[in-house]
Ligand binder design. Structure first.
Ligand SMILES: *Cc1c(COP(=O)(O)O)cnc(C)c1O
Length: 377
């Protein structure tokens, strides 16, 4: 069978390369917004470290990995325009937000501006920290309205702005660079949830704090996340235990007991991302998103939520009348080997009016995979 060539997908070499360096997928994996497929090298680096732990002892092995981990902090920091000293490895994006909020110790009742479509677990963490979420003005699609944001910041400004760069439930890209500029002018800190944007779009935007996760678009292992904070914010954070003498303050937020092998896998995955060329990766992912939307909108009555040209790889589909999204997701998996996510409105109750099916291809997705999904729907 010939794979149809399509010039709507640029950098076919990137797709072929991405596929060649990974285990063969059992089916059609279109679920990178949940968890991407790791490369052989990332898998082997983590396994190698685990073996080293058995040979040398866990703490001796960790010592031998110090330089590699520090290079990793440096490279990861570079993705968000920060330095190695601004980076803490944590266990997940959620863990990063918890670490930030517990260290910041903001007064109870302080207001935090966030999108109405904010990820529900983030809202829950803000509330658990005693903070009061306040909605950022948005348009009909849920994209921040910059004039409205400027007015909000000029009036009675919140303690900080929390912006989810790309949602979990919608492949919409927020105008984060513009919001960073508005926040800077207003002297209001900006915290970016980059769980869906690191490795997917540009995150070097001038935010004060960024956090994210390894397993989604960076294609690192599960169980690893990152918290990045500029020195001015890091200086406001009070860890439960101070960092050891001579290490940067953010290191106090790294748990002593950690999946070090996973951190090493992530460092290798980020190296591969840089070697592929982040600009080329972004261009191909955006083209995959556009192609997915063009192909799927209207198929059997499923409707694409995002604008067709949104520069992300994530597409969500509203079901036709009477079709169950959870059941569809499981039918596509068991009968067609297509891996997707069903998302219920509880994930972003401030914005979602019903469930959606999320399609999130990574670089190796071919036209053939998307056509197979359209046919299976
Ligand atoms: C996945 C996700 C998170 C949580 O990431 P974890 O690593 O699972 O904690 C946070 N925010 C958004 C927008 C996400 O998509």
């Amino acid at each position: 069978m010939t794979v149809p060539h399509d010039d709507r997908l640029p950098f076919e070499d990137l797709g072929a390369q991405w596929r060649a360096v990974r285990p063969r997928p059992a089916g059609r994996h279109l679920d990178s917004a949940a968890s991407s497929r790791q490369s052989h090298r990332a898998l082997e680096a983590a396994a190698h470290h685990a073996r080293h732990e058995a040979e040398l002892g866990g703490y001796v092995a960790e010592g031998t990995a110090d330089d590699l981990l520090q290079q990793g902090r440096s490279v990861l920091g570079g993705l968000v325009g920060m330095a190695a000293a601004d980076v803490a490895f944590v266990e997940s994006a959620q863990a990063a937000l918890v670490a930030l909020l517990s260290g910041w110790r903001l007064p109870a009742g302080a207001r935090v501006a966030c999108l109405p479509g904010e990820y529900a677990p983030n809202v829950a963490q803000l509330r658990a920290a005693g903070l009061r979420p306040q909605p950022l003005p948005v348009d009909d699609l849920g994209r921040a309205d910059l004039e409205g944001v400027a007015r909000l910041l000029a009036g009675d400004p919140p303690r900080f702005v929390h912006l989810t760069h790309i949602g979990s439930h919608r492949g919409l890209l927020q105008p984060a660079a513009q919001i960073a500029a508005l926040c800077r002018d207003a002297g209001v800190p900006l915290v970016i949830d980059a769980a869906q944007s690191l490795g997917h779009v540009d995150v070097d935007l001038g935010a004060d704090v960024v956090y994210g996760t390894s397993r989604k678009w960076l294609a690192g292992p599960r169980g690893v996340g990152m918290l990045f904070a500029r020195p001015a914010i890091a200086a406001q954070l009070l860890p439960v235990l101070p960092e050891p003498e001579g290490v940067p303050p953010m290191r106090a937020f790294e748990s002593g007991e950690a999946h070090v092998a996973g951190r090493i896998g992530l460092v290798v995955a980020v190296g591969e991302h840089l070697a592929a060329g982040p600009d080329r990766v972004r261009a191909r992912l955006a083209a995959l998103g556009r192609t997915t939307r063009e192909l799927l909108d209207g198929v059997r009555g499923w409707r694409v939520v995002e604008p067709v040209d949104e520069p992300t790889a994530t597409t969500t589909l509203r079901p036709p009348e009477g079709v169950d999204v959870v059941e569809t997701r499981s039918r596509l998996l068991t009968e067609h080997g297509i891996v997707l996510t069903a998302i219920g409105p509880e994930r972003a109750p401030g914005e979602m009016t019903g469930p959606v099916l999320r399609v999130s291809p990574h670089l190796d997705t071919a036209m053939e995979d998307l056509e197979a999904l359209a046919a299976a729907l």
